[in-house]
Design a protein around this ligand. Structure first.
Ligand code: 6GU
Length: 241
């Protein structure tokens, strides 16, 4: 059972997504437990401010360190002494999220996600607490909740048993290094478009070859970066027999 902690100023947003998704089902099935910690409850009375102007000037507020450090201490206090959980800070200037990282996280026992807002968080939080700074792509979002939920979704689905068919996580895009092949279901003919004949042939080997060919085609056309890696991995495979 993985324990996931959220340190966030938007507790309700995180809760809403969790309860309405596979993330929630993973919790009901006992694979994961969520604890959402509202950063405002760790701020100082009477104003409960969690952000402030940045030293050195410049537009945009920065999240204050105290509420985050207090929330973090509070979470650690309930863990066995010596537990040193990974602390993920989703941020556009982090390392890019990928399948390998999602897989790595899915094997952890405790994870803490810190959700930044405004211009970001005080650097001392990043220096002292954060272990992993992760971006979900080259664009900027208004806060860390959606990226946190994206990272979470990508890892939770990799825990064996969470998906009804673990197989479906084994064969999708990126597990193999290639993009996914096209899928079809009934009806066989729809608005004049027919399902490729080969899929109806019952020849498992030919179907597998066709699918691999489609995967290669798509990857070559859309993702030259993945395609180069795939070709390199094939060469190594050949060399090693
Ligand atoms: Cl992790 N956070 C924010 N705010 N924007 C992003 C992102 C993260 N990754 C891409 N854009």
């Amino acid at each position: 059972m993985i324990r996931i902690h959220f340190l966030t100023p938007f507790a309700k947003m995180v809760e809403a997504v969790i309860t309405e998704s596979i993330l929630g089902r993973a919790a009901s099935k006992g694979y994961v437990m969520y604890e959402i910690h509202d950063l405002f409850t760790f701020a100082d009375a009477p104003h409960y401010k969690i952000d402030d102007y940045q030293f050195g000037g410049g537009s945009g507020m920065v999240m204050k360190p105290e509420p985050i450090f207090r929330a973090y201490d509070d979470v650690l206090k309930d863990m066995p002494a010596g537990t040193c959980p990974r602390v993920i800070f989703p941020t556009p200037d982090g390392r890019l999220l990928n399948h390998a990282f999602a897989m790595e996280l899915s094997r952890e026992e405790n994870l803490i996600f810190i959700n930044g807002h405004y211009k970001g968080i005080d650097q001392r939080v990043r220096d002292e607490i954060v272990t992993d700074e992760i971006s979900i792509g080259d664009y900027v979002l208004t806060g860390g909740e959606l990226p946190t939920l994206v990272i979470l979704d990508s890892m939770i689905r990799l825990i064996p048993g969470v998906l009804n068919s673990y197989e479906s996580a084994q064969t999708d895009s990126f597990t193999s290094g290639l993009l996914d092949y096209p899928h079809y279901t009934r009806p066989e003919k729809f608005r004049g478009h027919e399902v490729p004949k080969i899929l109806m042939s019952g020849h498992h080997k030919m179907i597998a070859d066709w699918r691999l060919e489609k995967q290669k085609e798509k990857t070559r056309e859309r993702r030259s970066d993945l395609w180069k890696k795939y070709l390199a991995s094939q060469e190594i495979g050949v060399k090693n027999g």
